[in-house]
Design a protein around this ligand. Structure first.
Ligand code: ATP
Ligand code: MG
Length: 367
């Protein structure tokens, strides 16, 4: 998958932008607030109809503009195709076109042009709390497996109902009669969630290990371990076995759950741990190691997506260079040879051997 050409009209701070891109690396340089992230946002929007910064399409229209136009020519599914979005202010619905034909929804263009973004917030995910890691894993897995997304939504729906029962039973004790039913469903769907996650994290860890080795010049051994409910001996076991083990854990916490009025056991508390050459990254990793490992994970996610769709999604790395040492910067700039990559950075003087450099100033290309 490649973005060959992009045209923007009144998108964010771009009044008029037009550019051909390199099939390899596109390094976007410029001072703060010149439009580097805006450009990456446009590339992602082109393929998904979603912004990672706002839910309000109106914010994407340039302050003085009447409407925004994002048009791109992409190479995908073995041919050149065009995508176009037109966004209007107020209530007027946006429009989307694939190869000049108007489509109803973003779902109609799904899979034509896929991107994977790595942004500064992702850099510290391996040091952050478990919920940030769960979110990262769940987002990636939901993209890969729609059936997992359905199971996860169902799990959270039952979990919420169970929590409500635990809270409301003080006023309405008869609610406790329906609790066992919810517990069983929660364990059944939870077992399915664990089963998906075990396979996903295994694949993700193997791919990330390969990237991290290249990234660190062979110096560090990356290992990812999926962590779930303690009674689960083997997360790859059949779903029925997992269900029983989740029930055991739930049983042993039933008193505590009633006392605290919340559900204390299940895969909604899952996590994963990364070790580098045997040392936990969360406990002992340096800033650079944590950042590098996070980028390796993103590269791994992208390669899993490519395995599934047969096409390598475009990788967007927003502002990740500054905290890396020269060797690791060199990896990002000059050694990601798979597929197309966009890298934004503020430092002038950076260059890539694998493509071209584009300098941006106030929403314009510096010639
Ligand atoms: P940094 O290096 O700080 O990350 P950047 O080059 O990535 O900077 P962007 O986030 O791409 O910067 O652009 C930010 C600029 O775009 C801001 O100055 C903001 O005012 C401007 N901007 C955002 N939305 C709009 C809009 N709808 N219309 C006009 N300008 C906008
Ligand atoms: Mg930025």
């Amino acid at each position: 998958m490649k973005l060959e050409h992009l045209l923007l009209k009144d998108f964010r701070n771009y009044s008029a932008f037009e550019m051909d891109f390199d099939p390899g690396v596109n390094l976007i340089v410029g001072d703060n607030a010149q439009g580097k992230t805006n450009l990456l946002e446009a590339v992602i929007y082109l393929g998904s109809g979603k912004s990672f910064r706002t839910q309000k399409n109106g914010e994407l229209i340039r302050f003085d503009g009447d409407f925004a136009d994002i048009s791109g020519q992409v190479f995908s599914q073995e041919r050149t195709q065009t995508l176009r979005w037109v966004l209007f202010p107020g209530q007027r619905p946006r429009q989307v076109f694939l190869n000049g034909v108007k489509k109803k929804t973003a779902g109609d263009i799904a899979g034509v042009f896929q991107t994977v973004l790595f942004c500064p917030e992702d850099l510290m995910v391996l040091k952050a709390g478990a919920s940030a890691r769960r979110k990262l894993g769940d987002n990636a897995l939901c993209q890969l497996r729609p059936n997992y997304e359905a199971a996860l939504l169902e799990y959270h729906r039952i979990l919420e109902q169970k929590n409500r029962i635990l809270k409301d039973r003080f006023e309405n004790p008869s609610l406790l009669q329906i609790l066992p039913e919810y517990n069983l469903r929660l364990c059944q769907v939870g077992a399915l969630v664990i089963s998906y996650r075990a396979r996903f994290y295994e694949g993700l860890g193997e791919a990330a290990e390969k990237y991290h080795k290249m990234f660190s010049g062979g110096a560090e051994d990356f290992h990812l371990e999926y962590k779930t409910v303690s009674t689960v001996e083997d997360p790859f076991a059949p779903v029925e076995v997992l269900t029983g083990q989740l029930q055991d854990h739930m049983e042993s916490h039933s008193r505590a759950e009633l006392e605290s009025a919340q559900c204390l056991t299940g895969p909604h508390k899952d996590d994963f741990d990364v070790t580098l050459s045997g040392l936990s990254l969360k406990a002992f990793g340096s800033q650079g190691q944590v950042r590098t490992a996070a980028i390796s994970l993103k590269l791994a996610q992208r390669s899993l997506m490519a395995k599934q769709s047969g096409q390598m999604p475009v990788l967007l790395l927003d502002d990740v260079l500054s905290e890396l040492d020269p060797g690791r910067q060199d990896f990002v700039l000059n050694q990601i040879t798979e597929g197309q990559v966009f890298i934004s950075c503020c430092e002038p003087g950076r260059f890539t051997k694998l493509g071209k450099t584009i300098e941006i100033c106030k929403g314009q290309i510096v010639k």
